[in-house]
Design a protein around this ligand. Sequence first.
Ligand code: SAH
Length: 256
Amino acid sequence: MATLLFRSWQSLKSPTSLRLGGRRLSHHGTCPLPSRCSYPAACSSSSSPAAIGLEAETLLGFISGKMKATEVAHLVWKSILQKGDCAIDATCGNGHDSLALLRMIADDSGHGFVYAFDIQNSAIESTRSLLEESTDLDLKNYINLSLLCHSKIEDVVPKDAVIRLMAFNLGYLPGGDKGIITIAETTLPALQAASRVVASGGLISILVYVGHPGGRDELEAVQTFASNLPTESWSCCKLERLNRPAAPILVLLFKK
Ligand code: SAH
């Protein structure tokens, strides 16, 4: 299982270089480890099995159960994104993902933009308050909050925008009405739209919750969609905890 996971993961970073924390790093550089690396021994020998970068550290964090799927997702986004990029938060909810995205891509000179969507006014307002209290950015220059179904992203996102990431955090709004959930009928057209707007080298990240009624059906729909994407242009994988069947599942679709 671990081998398979590593294989899928490596196909995610198939180019010879990868961006980490806004820098593009070579796989063959002297020390690919970011300063927060928790494996200092790796810095002394690049041939050591412990000589791993952020991607493997992230994967090991998930495998060992120390890292939650949301944390893994954010670290993967960080490897894909750099300052000045554009991203979409398809389900902004309480705003935690929009905030994480803004921190990854907004720079001081007004570059970097997040298009955020939710169908609940309370979610849009909750996201707005979180962003206002958590950042000094002049938000109108960096984020557009749309009270709109994510299947309609192409009505909002400019045709020429280079979208590096589209993130879905499915299910219901934490602390909100558990009866309002994402459903396959709109998640699927949104994924189809995502597959059109995400740029080459970009990612669709989908965190799927299966603990509520309808969650498993939505997972099935997401998996079927992912399985049918052509291998020439997409690499699709999922991270799933086999002995915690109710834990969220992270599905990652990388556009080659
Ligand atoms: N990313 C959020 C959590 C999202 S919860 C956070 O970090 O806090 C899922 C959200 O999806 C809910 O707020 C719900 O209102 C929203 N949602 C449900 N169906 C949707 C749709 N068709 N389009 C956009 N958002 C939708």
